[in-house]
Design a protein around this ligand. Structure first.
Ligand code: ADP
Length: 516
């Protein structure tokens, strides 16, 4: 008997073998497959193989006898509710059948002697009910397969976004470096080239931001983003965000009004992430408001929370879409005129980052054309002192011998040119092996080392450099597209002193080279 027809069997445990034979013959005559079971253990064994129903004489269910069956019934999957037909003794209700009825679930009591039609109709009804259950089982298994397929497609999408972000980020470093070189070398002394350079720089930085968003969102969805919280003054953060967004606001000639709470706004937060949040909200307010609009930022205390709201008199949001604007890739209007070159992930980042800070963000709008307001709430810290966020003054780059190791020629050469312009003595290597030779001959103070190189990767190069005690004073800086915590830990383990993510911020690199 194959598996599906096993599913249609009626298992029989009659009062006697003779009764069993008669019952089996009757049911078989009506086209119902049957199987006689000698005891409850055998019945449970067959139930595991598949059955539509079980027909059991009550004497097999007295006292603890029925335990294996009760245990099997309790283990049924959610779709299953096995029909049990129990043949009771003639006359008054027996305690055994009453107990079975109460405890075994889907039970029909059939009094003996049972009329043939009663028996057949009860068996057929049980089989019909069981067939319905099989249909549900089919739907559930289909759904679970679909869910698995969706989950795996979603995982592949996240992996693809991470790879895409990483691959797109690599070419940006040499472009930005080359622009820096051209600026520093005074190549832009006429207005036209200066303008062209400004356009290139703006566009590359925009691309850079999009790539960063893409990488961020893929980190968030894979749960590998970290916020490093410290006590900080939210007012200073909002000010920094306004400065970040100032070019966009000015460009679109928006009027910005700011109203800060008089009391300190001390919260526990990651300054970089929170600046990113408010700059995002301000950029959106600017993007989704027609030229010359009004944007206001207010901060206040409310019930133990620091509240920041960013309001605009722009295109507004339809009420039905308010809750969806935080969903990933959600854009109310995808036409290029309105979407303004975003990817629809800025607000997803805002919500996730604020959530990681124990806060909330809410969108409000009276509808299309009536402006929008985004309100962020963060728990206020009591009795906390806020560290001074004094800006670092940059020292000029002292004379340094720097070895750059990068398998990308453009990346390495543009950075080398830039550092030479800044006064450093620079050597270049394009592979792990030539880097090791160069360390011996050039004797650098600092090695800027790419990690992902064919053949010997940056970790291995770092380990080998560290393996020679003569190199103990060399400062090793990893310069790589991978900036997750895991990557940073690996570079520390390999002997690096610092880890920078490409495209490295030139100011940050200068500071590191100054102290290295
Ligand atoms: P993006 O701006 O890249 O499209 P976001 O996640 O930042 O992505 O925003 C998602 C969508 O929410 C936007 O496409 C826009 O339709 C809507 N939106 C966001 N901010 C505003 C705002 N201030 N006014 C009107 N619509 C907005």
């Amino acid at each position: 008997m194959n598996a599906p027809s096993r599913d249609l069997r009626v298992l029989i445990m009659a009062p006697t073998v003779k009764d069993g034979d008669i019952t089996s013959e009757l049911l078989s005559g009506a086209g119902i497959a049957t199987l006689m079971c000698r005891d409850l253990h055998a019945l449970v064994h067959e139930l595991n193989e598949g059955a539509a129903a079980a027909l059991i004489a009550e004497e097999h269910l007295s006292g603890t006898q029925k335990t294996p069956l009760s245990a099997w019934l309790a283990r049924q999957p959610p779709w299953s509710d096995l029909p049990l037909l129990i043949l009771t003794r003639q006359g008054a209700d027996s305690p055994d059948s009453a107990e079975a009825w109460r405890t075994l679930g889907n039970v029909t009591l059939l009094e003996r002697p049972t009329r043939v039609t009663t028996l057949l109709s009860a068996a057929q009804t049980a089989i019909r009910a069981r067939l319905r259950q099989y249909q549900i089982r089919g739907h559930l298994s289909e759904r679970s397969k679909n869910e698995q397929a969706l989950r795996s497609a979603d995982r592949r999408k996240d992996e693809f976004l991470a790879t895409l972000g990483h691959e797109l980020r690599n070419p940006l470093a040499p472009i930005l470096n080359s622009l820096e070189i051209l600026k520093l070398s005074g190549a832009f002394d006429d207005d036209r080239t200066r303008q062209a350079c400004a356009v290139m720089e703006r566009q590359v930085r925009h691309l850079n931001r999009l790539v960063d968003d893409l990488l961020e969102v893929s980190r968030i969805t894979r749960g590998i983003i970290e916020v490093k919280k410290e006590p900080l003054d939210l007012t200073a953060i909002v000010r920094a965000a306004i400065e970040t967004s100032r070019p966009v606001l000015d460009n679109l000639r928006h009027e910005l009004t700011v109203e800060f709470a008089p009391e300190p706004m001390c919260v526990g937060g990651d300054p970089v992430r929170l600046t990113q949040v408010f700059a995002n909200l301000l950029n959106n307010a600017a993007k989704y408001t027609n030229h010359g609009g009004r944007i206001s930022v207010t901060t206040r205390h409310d019930n133990g929370e620091a509240v920041v709201s960013v309001r605009d008199n722009g295109i507004g949001i339809a009420p039905a879409l308010l809750s969806q604007v935080f969903d990933m890739f959600m854009q109310v209007d995808r036409s290029t005129r309105r979407s303004q070159g975003g990817l629809g992930i800025g607000l997803t980042l805002v919500r996730s980052l604020i959530g990681m800070h124990g806060g909330s963000v809410e969108a409000k709008s009276d509808g299309p054309g009536l402006g929008s307001e985004f309100t962020v709430r963060l728990p206020l810290l009591v009795n906390a002192t806020v560290g001074s966020a004094a800006a670092h003054r940059m020292e000029p780059l002292p004379s340094r011998r720097i070895l750059i190791v990068d398998d990308s020629r453009d990346g390495g050469e543009s950075l080398a040119m830039l550092l030479r312009v800044l006064g450093a003595e620079v050597a270049l290597a394009h592979s792990g092996r030539s880097a090791l030779e160069c360390v011996d001959s050039f004797k650098p103070d600092v090695v800027l080392l790419d990690i992902g190189m064919p053949g010997m990767d940056g970790y291995e190069v770092a380990r080998r450099i560290r393996g020679n005690p003569a190199n103990r004073n060399i400062s090793l800086i990893a310069l790589t597209g991978w900036g997750q915590d895991e990557d940073r830990k690996r570079s520390v383990a390999a002997g690096f002193n610092h880890h920078l993510v490409k495209p490295a911020d030139i100011e940050q690199l200068r500071q590191l080279l100054t102290v290295a």
